[in-house]
Structures are given as structure tokens and as C-alpha cells.
Design a protein around this ligand. Structure first.
Ligand code: GTP
Ligand code: MG
Length: 138
């Protein structure tokens, strides 16, 4: 069993879509084992997306991630990291497959509704940025 880190982004909370998105996550067989609604500080967003610091869209990305609350979550399941990325769909919703979260809900590549870890190493780091061990209940 594997764990991955999930964010329901500001475009999801703003449009009152957190339940609809989590319905797709749970329908796919992923279990939400930790969850909280928070407002990311600029520093938290910059740390979280630090790998994209030099990219031209970094400033816009940080603005978007701090513009409204997010819901941070830990998901658990068989092959959870790759499985959740399939459920999310392509980064740009224009390229996302039918039935995926981003196809159904994303507005554009920046406001793309969800985040999911891309590898076991990043999942561990991302989960630890937001949750202590006793906040994760499988
Ligand atoms: P995350 O799960 O959020 O990490 O998405 P990803 O792994 O599918 O994509 P990636 O890590 O390459 O990019 C991180 C985030 O940066 C994306 O989810 C987008 O929200 C944002 N992003 C990527 N490309 C662009 C872009 O061209 N413009 C803007 N505004 N945002 C972008
Ligand atoms: Mg990524």
C-alpha cells in the first residue's frame, strides 16, 4: 500500500467543488487518510513548488495557490502515486482524458484543480511539509 499527497487547489475551493473532486478520488478506490483546509502562505507555496522556481510561470503559480484556501490531503491505495495521477489527468486540461478530474473541472493549466505527487521521494517530502505522523489515520 502506498501514500501520495493531494491538494485541492484554490479554483476547487472557490467553486465549492471539493466534495465533487473527492467523490472521483474515492470512486477510484483511493482512501483519504488525512485532510485539512488551510490558506497557503506565500512562503509555503514557494517552498512547495520550489522545483519550478526558475520557470516563467512561477510567480503566477504562487499567486494562484495563495489566492484562496486549499485542501491538503494524504491518499492511500495500491500504487497510489501513479493511480492518482491517472485520476487527475494531464496537467493542461485541454490534453486531459475524459472522466479525469482535470477534464471535468480544471479551468486552465494554472487553475487545474488538483495536485498530486509525482514520485515516492516527492510524496514523502510533500506529506511531511503539511502533516505530522499522528494526523494520518489509515
Ligand atoms: P502538480 O500536480 O500541480 O505538480 O501538476 P503536474 O505535476 O501535473 O505539473 P508540473 O509539476 O509540471 O507543474 C506544476 C504546476 O504548475 C501545474 O499543476 C500547474 O498548475 C502549473 N503550471 C505548469 N505549467 C504552467 C504554465 O504554463 N502556466 C501556469 N500558469 N501554470 C503552469
Ligand atoms: Mg508536479
Amino acid at each position: 500500500i502506498e501514500r501520495t499527497f493531494s491538494i485541492l487547489k484554490p479554483d476547487a475551493t472557490r467553486r465549492n467543488l471539493t466534495g465533487a473532486v473527492n467523490a472521483l478520488i474515492e470512486k477510484a478506490g483511493l482512501r483519504i487518510v488525512a485532510q485539512k483546509r488551510i490558506r497557503l502562505s506565500r512562503e509555503q507555496a514557494e517552498t512547495f513548488y520550489g522545483v519550478h522556481k526558475e520557470r516563467p510561470f512561477f510567480g503566477e503559480l504562487v499567486e494562484q495557490m495563495t489566492a484562496a484556501p486549499v485542501v491538503v490531503q494524504v491518499l492511500e491505495g495500491e500504487n497510489a502515486i501513479a493511480h492518482y495521477r491517472e485520476v487527475m489527468g494531464a496537467t493542461n486540461p485541454a490534453n486531459a482524458a475524459p472522466g479525469t478530474i482535470r477534464k471535468e473541472f480544471a479551468l486552465n493549466v494554472g487553475e487545474n484543480t488538483v495536485h498530486g505527487s509525482d514520485a515516492p521521494e516527492t510524496a514523502v517530502v510533500e506529506i511531511a511539509q503539511f502533516f505530522s505522523g499522528n494526523e494520518i489515520v489509515g
